[in-house]
Design a binder for this molecule. Sequence first.
Ligand SMILES: C[S@@+](CC[C@H](N)C(=O)[O-])C[C@H]1O[C@@H](n2cnc3c(N)ncnc32)[C@H](O)[C@@H]1O
Length: 280
Amino acid sequence: MEAVTITHEEPTRYFSNVDRNDPKQLIDYIEGIAFTDEIQYVTKTVFNSLNLKAGDKVADLGCGTGKDAVLISHAIGQEGLYMGVDLSEEMVKYAAEKYMPLGNVQFSAASATDSQLESDFYTVAKCERLLQHVPQPSQVIQEMVRVVKNGGQLSIIDTDWDSSQVSNGQDPVIRDITRRIFSAVFNQHKDIGVNLKKILKDNANLTNIKVKPFLLTTESLDFANKMYCLTSRGEVALQHGLINEAEFTQWKAAMDEMDKNGIFYFTLNYFTGNAIVKKD
Ligand SMILES: C[S@@+](CC[C@H](N)C(=O)[O-])C[C@H]1O[C@@H](n2cnc3c(N)ncnc32)[C@H](O)[C@@H]1O
């Protein structure tokens, strides 16, 4: 797995518009992390919350390389449908080649806010790590509500970069630099996780809203760099002028030292949101 090179232009590039960025690099990255223990834990947490049954029709918005297709395909059977939608034609091409042979799986290139999917057709609409990359997350929720039939469910999972931590050796200087690094703009909504409940509550067609956070950690700096682009995030903060060159060097040296001494820790909060669609 190779880390993605993120830059200060990221909010309008990166995963918000894969095809105008570097599709091959981003597909390799998404596929590289898809089957790590961390992302498999996320996949299974979402899957278990769906309670899928034979015949279910599942819309997966921002489906990326379609990593959920196999699990869902087996759970819904051949009378069911998994429909993956992604803005990136390259992601969709990759996913379709890999998973369409399952028979009950289809993919379509479209925006999650204008998916072109049939209204009131799906029993489930889900999205994973999508909302942080779109300009208007509430419009994605509205689109999910539109495609799901009355009584169907929504499932959302996203991260909260704003509350990420690294071990800092209880050094206030490193703690302060780290906070400023995580306050940098990495994508369009770095604090979407903690705001998920409000976004769901604001939609008048959603009921039984349940939001639950959980924390994922890694104790390897190398893995944090590959999976979470940790050092790149320091570079973004530097480019934004949130930290200076000396602070970046000091922070990087502290990370290396903690890793060498076996006391390195990186944490990332995830938030899952489930809700029932009510259209009476
Ligand atoms: C971090 S990836 C997550 C992919 C997948 N959900 C997964 O869990 O592996 C974000 C995905 O959202 C897609 N995306 C970003 N903006 C989008 C939009 N407005 N509409 C649909 N897909 C979008 C990207 O192309 C990318 O594939």
